[in-house]
Design a binder for this molecule. Structure first.
Ligand SMILES: Nc1ncnc2c1ncn2[C@@H]1O[C@H](COP(=O)(O)OP(=O)(O)OP(=O)(O)O)[C@@H](O)[C@H]1O
Length: 219
């Protein structure tokens, strides 16, 4: 239940996207990545998720080196960019389909997570008719559905209304309480600082600062 990024460098078409980035997130901790547009937050998350590979350095999730021991982290919830689902299926049908891949959770857990994110389990509308906020809520539901040991959330408050942001707060804190290692990026500074145990600052692909918020259980 941990993420360790060790001296990772990534170039794309001759451009340095990540430059000697190191960070760690332990179980039961919420770490944020903050930085301006284009500083590399999404790329860093894609790298941790095993969606791109580093040119130098390594990513270790729950003790397994990604790209060597395993292609992808074994137990990971992920919300990166706009959530994609089958457009003709309802939210519940989409979650059922996802759950059927690993067969770890059943209908009861699906109904519970839908309620948690504020979606109705009996909503008959297909995903394509969902509003942006509903799509985001379904993306969050999919990310936490199987109680993953690591959770990567890129701008999870996007498109959420005030009630949705309150739901997001509850959800992230519950995930930490459960013992997940949570790494997230959020442009809402107040929200990011109020929830995170620590923040890594990224600037032009390198870590420019690291702040630990006292009194939240990290030392
Ligand atoms: N598919 C791609 N091919 C090449 N370069 C890319 C690609 N996607 C992103 N980049 C570049 O990688 C760098 C980091 O982008 P990234 O999306 O990680 O930034 P970010 O910090 O998440 O920004 P934002 O706050 O806007 O979401 C940028 O310079 C961007 O132009």
């Amino acid at each position: 239940m941990s993420i360790e990024v060790k001296h990772v460098t990534k170039h794309i078409r001759g451009v340095t996207i990540l430059d000697d980035v190191s960070l760690s997130v332990s179980n039961g901790a919420i770490a944020a990545i903050a930085g301006p547009n284009g500083s590399g937050k999404t790329m860093l998350m894609r790298l941790i998720a095993g969606l791109i590979t580093p040119d130098k350095g390594s990513v270790v999730v729950d003790g397994a080196t990604i790209g060597i021991d395993r292609a992808f982290p074994e137990s990971m919830g992920i919300l990166i960019e706009s959530p994609q689902f089958l457009s003709a299926y309802t939210g519940r049908m989409n979650l059922c389909l996802l759950a059927s891949i690993r067969d770890k959770v059943g209908g009861e857990a699906i109904d519970k997570v839908l309620e948690e994110v504020g979606l109705r389990k009996d909503d008959k509308r297909p995903f394509r008719k969902y509003s942006l906020g509903m799509k985001q809520r379904l993306g969050l539901a999919a990310a936490v559905l199987e109680s993953p040991s690591v959770l990567l959330l890129d701008e999870p408050s996007n498109a959420l209304d005030r009630d949705g942001v309150r739901m997001l707060r509850r959800l992230i804190l519950k995930e930490r309480e459960r013992g997940a290692a949570v790494l997230w990026a959020c442009h809402d500074r107040e929200l990011m600082e109020s929830l995170s145990d620590e923040v890594y600052y990224l600037a032009e692909g390198h870590i420019d600062g690291h702040e630990i918020f006292a009194g939240r259980g990290l030392s």
